[in-house]
Ligand binder design. Structure first.
Ligand code: MG
Length: 375
């Protein structure tokens, strides 16, 4: 079997676009075609337009080549070799960031092909699932008022969730208001529900972050996510050593090298790689293994369509330091929920690991037709 084409499908809502917090105003789906007719699908969690350029760029110099050119004619089952070819031959513009994001989508599609070719779900190819379902957490943005957050908590609990994360939005503007929101969420949730807080990298100074973490300890916040922008490694280390809260971060980072730095120097408690950004399924597994060696938990980031969610469930279930929680984006937008035929749903607060061959999700071509903006 040979790779015969790589298709980059850029999707975008037709209405005027502002930056929407749920990150589903646009999306990029990768289709890897083979000469035997098998097609693998993947998704990249990045700028669709940049990803398109990285994949379709013609060869420039040996270390500066578009990813499609590198993959054409290769055996799609030789995933590790293809990954390393892409990594090396894009290294002038790659190594981290957009090139690794684009590689993530191709890698995901290759695992989908491998699963379909061998008639096995991806988790089996990764060594087997430690869990057949994972506790889902509702992942939403902070509202403006304590009244709103109370009613949101009640709504999610009624839907079956036993864990909820509130992210950025209003958070980080007025410290006292932030604490009032979390206090209201905890009061509405009672003691049994996990509450998490995502600061979205808002803190400019470590002292304030330490003060806020200390105030949040009182409300039993399960983890405190991304207090600082991704490169503030020494700030993370100072905060981690000053609070009882678990500090979680890593959604913006790519490759094992960034994560090793985050773990060793940043001393975080939980890493949050996004399989659509970190370098795909192959790289996610290596990142998780490094974390495991340091005794660090892995709670993957996933805030896009069910293609990404399916890939995330396979890896989250297949690592010994995973299976703790699965992020579940509650956006109702079409690119979040209609990109695949059968939506992945939570039941009683848990999501099952897809059991069909490959990633176990099928593209909804109708949605592709309605939202595709490139040819
Ligand atoms: Mg986040």
């Amino acid at each position: 079997m040979k790779i015969s084409d790589i298709e980059v499908i850029v999707l975008r809502q037709k209405e005027a676009i502002q930056s929407i917090g749920d990150s589903t105003q646009d999306a990029v789906v990768i289709k890897v075609h083979t000469d035997e007719g098998l097609i693998g699908i993947g998704e990249v969690a990045s700028s669709p337009y940049v990803v398109e350029a990285v994949i379709n760029a013609p060869i420039s110099k040996y270390l500066c080549c578009g990813l499609k050119k590198i993959c054409l004619g290769q055996d799609p089952l030789e995933i590790e070799k293809i990954w390393n070819d892409m990594y090396e031959q894009s290294s002038w513009f790659g190594l981290r960031g957009a090139a690794i994001h684009a590689m993530s989508g191709i890698d995901m599609a290759l695992w989908d092909i491998k699963g379909k070719a061998l008639n096995q779900p991806v988790y089996k190819l990764l060594g087997g699932a430690f869990h057949n379902k994972i506790r889902a957490y509702a992942s939403v943005l902070f509202p403006n008022t304590p009244e709103e957050i109370r009613s949101m908590v009640k709504d999610y609990v009624q839907k079956g969730f036993t864990a909820i994360k509130f992210g950025w939005g209003k958070f980080g503007k007025v410290p006292r208001d932030d604490i009032q929101l979390v206090k209201a969420a905890r009061e509405a949730a009672g003691n049994e529900i996990l509450i998490m807080v995502d600061a979205g990298g808002c803190f400019k100074d470590v002292t304030l972050a330490i003060e806020q973490a200390s105030a949040l300890e009182k409300y039993d916040v399960y983890f405190f996510e991304e207090p600082f922008p991704p490169d503030k490694i020494s700030s993370l280390a100072k905060l981690t050593q000053s609070t009882r809260l678990r500090i979680a971060t890593g959604e913006r980072l790519a490759t094992r090298y960034s994560f090793e730095d985050l773990i060793v120097r940043g001393k975080v408690d939980i890493i949050q790689p996004d399989v659509g950004r970190v370098g795909g399924i192959s790289e996610f597994m290596k990142v998780a293994l490094i974390a495991k060696q340091y005794g660090i938990a892995c709670i993957p980031h996933a805030w896009s369509s069910d293609i990404l969610l399916a890939a995330t469930l396979h890896v989250n279930a297949s690592i010994p330091n995973g299976g703790i929680l699965q992020e579940f984006c509650l956006s109702g937008r079409p690119l979040r929920k209609d990109l695949t035929k059968i939506p992945i749903q939570q039941k009683d607060g848990y999501i099952s690991i897809p059991d069909r061959p490959g990633l176990g999700v099928e593209l909804n071509e109708e949605t592709i037709k309605n939202f595709r903006i490139n040819i």
